[in-house]
Design a protein around this ligand. Structure first.
Ligand SMILES: C[S@@+](CC[C@H](N)C(=O)[O-])C[C@H]1O[C@@H](n2cnc3c(N)ncnc32)[C@H](O)[C@@H]1O
Ligand code: SF4
Ligand code: SF4
Length: 384
């Protein structure tokens, strides 16, 4: 079933390629309606992670209500959204999460991929919600992807997330999702954020994920107030000196070891490049011209490094997005923020949309592969 699903996924991506190409070309000349959306549906959280401060700003009273969400998604702004992610905070802390997702699925006419990241830390609530959302997506022919966040094996995870028995609870959700995949097709895996505290556990997490047959993506720690509320954590969470070099090596090993066409490799090489060149971004980002980010209280941003450009509870989202002052801000992001931005946000979406940088990546990645993995041997030995 998983293979059929992957084939269907690739077919859908190929079918949208001509439109992607036209969108990218038009976006260089005039603003276009966004195609990629991140919606933080709440900042309320069931963890207190060391590398993210969203849990400190959760406030249920400020979250848009279901009625607000229905009204907001009536705007024409969203008419071309193809890829939507619901994140937070912890999405499953919202009692009405399934209804919020249903509204989005019903009101985004072009949607083809819908994703949710979850802690998996409240399995009794989360599993039925994720099950229902996977079913809703399947009924509508929308690709559903969900990942449980795992930042260490056993105690390390509990320490990063500051949740007792957190690893066991997350594992309960993981096992339930693996079982659900036998009945409802969707993409499932885990997501790991590497930072100073758990860098030493990175190979261990990888080996564990392989043993469990889990698809894993690694995020390199970054700092952004609009998305993670954590600008003040850079001093404590960012690996420096030798640690930073170890992190670079870890990401480069992924490029050398993992299959060339694995979508994540493009992002891993971007992380390694950023470290080695003093944080000068070379990678494309769909948020420069086609992305949008919505926070729980209705504040609208172009991306995780944008200022607030307006509030969709007070004004129509399309009007906020297209007005001249907003578009001027987007231009300033390109000159002021993009050159040093670490964000991987949907870079693999832009990879297929921007052919030349991707071809360059494939050339460099295949050269790296020929050098042969050094840490690779260690990791595969550990995972046996
Ligand atoms: C902000 S969380 C929201 C969803 C959910 N609460 C969770 O933890 O999965 C989304 C993703 O961001 C990752 N993340 C957290 N802090 C980060 C940081 N400082 N840099 C990069 N990614 C981070 C998390 O590990 C998670 O995979
Ligand atoms: S990473 Fe997720 S679980 Fe951890 S504090 Fe941030 S939003 Fe909450
Ligand atoms: S600042 Fe970062 S996330 Fe925002 S558009 Fe630029 S590269 Fe993308």
């Amino acid at each position: 079933m998983a293979q059929n699903y992957a084939a269907k996924y690739l077919l859908k991506a190929a079918a949208s390629a001509p439109r992607d190409f036209i969108n990218a070309a038009v976006a260089t000349m005039r603003p276009i309606h966004p195609t990629v959306l991140i919606f933080h549906c709440t900042f309320v959280c069931d963890a207190r992670c060391e590398m993210c401060s969203n849990w400190t700003r959760g406030n249920r009273k400020e979250d848009m209500s279901l009625e607000d969400v229905e009204r907001v998604f009536d705007s024409k702004l969203w008419k071309n959204v193809e890829v939507a992610f619901v994140s937070g905070g912890e999405p499953t802390t919202r009692n009405d999460l399934v209804d919020v997702c249903r509204v989005m699925l019903d009101k985004l006419p072009r949607l083809r991929k819908f994703g949710i990241n979850t802690t998996g830390l409240t399995p009794k609530r989360g599993i039925p919600m994720l099950t229902k959302i996977a079913e809703l997506c399947h009924e509508r022919g929308v690709i559903f992807s969900t990942r449980v966040s795992i930042d260490g094996v056993g105690d390390m995870h509990d320490q990063v997330r500051k949740v007792q028995r957190g690893f066991d609870k997350a594992q309960e959700t993981i096992v339930a999702m693996q079982a659900l995949q036998k009945r409802v097709p969707f993409n499932f895996g885990i997501s790991t954020t590497i930072f100073s505290m758990n860098l030493s556990d990175a190979d261990n997490i990888l080996a564990w994920a392989r043993r469990e047959g889990l698809d894993i993506v690694f995020n390199m720690v970054r700092f952004t107030d609009p998305m993670l509320g954590n600008a003040e954590l850079a001093d404590t969470c960012k690996p420096v000196g030798e640690e930073e070099e170890r992190m670079r090596q870890f990401f480069m090993d992924r490029v050398r070891m993992d299959p060339l066409l694995d979508g994540q490799n493009y992002i891993y090489m971007h992380y390694a490049d950023m470290i080695s060149n003093g944080y000068h971004r070379q990678a494309p980002c769909p948020f420069q011209t086609q992305g949008i980010m919505l926070n729980p209280n209705g504040d609208l941003f172009f991306c995780e490094n944008s200022d607030i450009v307006g509030n969709v509870l007070q004004e129509d989202a399309e009007a906020v997005y297209f007005r001249q002052t907003s578009q001027d801000h987007r231009e300033s992001i390109k000159t002021d923020k993009c050159p040093t931005c670490l964000s991987p946000c949907q870079m693999n979406v832009s990879a297929v949309k921007q052919v030349l940088p991707y071809v360059k990546f494939l050339y460099r990645a295949s050269k790296e592969k020929r050098k042969g993995p050094r840490a690779a041997a260690m990791v595969s030995a550990e995972s046996k």
